[in-house]
Design a binder for this molecule. Structure first.
Ligand code: SAM
Length: 254
């Protein structure tokens, strides 16, 4: 079997042709509903009926395609996250919401605006059942000397259990990671491109070597590059042929 498969078509048409329960992990950095033209693609307008017409049939297909042990990450922001969350609750079940991950970053804001500078995205992680892949050990983070000392000198641990930080602590559900533009060797390939660092976290946590990962809003193929690196099979889809070209080039030079 070919490890990496790329498709240049509407993701709904592709998904309808794929066999059910065949995918371990779906990550989609979707259309955010900004109404903007990003050069390579036109975003949807932030109108609830437009958002539901686009996403309900597609997220239904994603549910069908996931294996019972599979999970899905839907990456969006404040424009439509509330409507997306309701669609996910209705199609996967409220109790299948594993996490709302907040990816936060910093950057120059526009001074004369009448709002706080918007510097976070929302990533919804849902599982298909209560038995899903989650590699806790692969996403542990080192604990600072200060925290270690605090726990050694009378810290209470969690629910009365003594905390063992020898292998690091469990990663929080907020991720402070630099935006892609700060990584000079990987930026500028595609608008709204996500970073390899971000995708490595998602793929390590929620899939294993040899698993099949899909990204149906693939863009510049960051998910594809990370799947190649981490020995996952990959299905990528984008309606824009430029996205397929960029991804192919990145895979060759990887
Ligand atoms: C937010 S971008 C993805 C960026 C990507 N995560 C990266 O790192 O480069 C969304 C992508 O979805 C694609 N897209 C939009 N509607 C689509 C559809 N119906 N089927 C397939 N791809 C679609 C757009 O062409 C665009 O490349």
């Amino acid at each position: 079997m070919e490890r990496i498969k790329l498709f240049n078509e509407d993701n709904l048409e592709l998904m309808r042709k794929l066999p059910e329960e065949s995918i371990d992990l779906i990550y989609c950095d979707i259309l955010y509903g900004t109404g903007r033209n990003f050069g390579e693609y036109q975003d949807l307008k932030p109108v609830r009926s437009i958002i539901e017409d686009h996403y309900v049939p597609r997220i239904k297909e994603m549910y069908r395609l996931l294996k019972p042990t599979g999970s899905i990450y839907i990456h969006c922001d404040w424009h439509i996250n509330h409507w997306i969350r309701i669609i996910l609750d209705e199609l996967f079940g409220y109790e299948r919401c594993v996490n709302e991950i907040i990816w936060c970053y910093t950057g120059p804001g526009v001074n004369n605006q009448k709002n706080y500078s918007r510097k976070h995205d929302n990533i919804y992680l849902y599982s298909k059942s209560n038995k899903y892949t989650f590699n806790t050990q692969d996403i542990k983070v080192p604990v600072s000397e200060d925290t270690l000392k605090k726990f050694e000198t009378g810290g209470s641990g969690f629910k009365g259990k003594k905390a063992d930080f020898s292998k690091g602590k469990l990663l929080e559900d907020w991720w402070y990671l630099a935006p892609t533009a700060r990584f000079k060797n990987e930026t500028g390939l595609y608008p709204t491109q996500k970073s390899i660092q971000l995708m490595e976290r998602v793929i390590r946590a929620s899939s294993n070597e040899g698993d099949t990962v899909a990204d149906f809003y693939m863009g510049g193929g960051t998910t594809a590059v990370v799947c190649e690196k981490l020995n996952r099979n990959f299905i990528g889809c984008d309606i824009n042929v430029k996205a397929i070209d960029v991804t192919k080039k990145r895979l060759v030079s990887f």
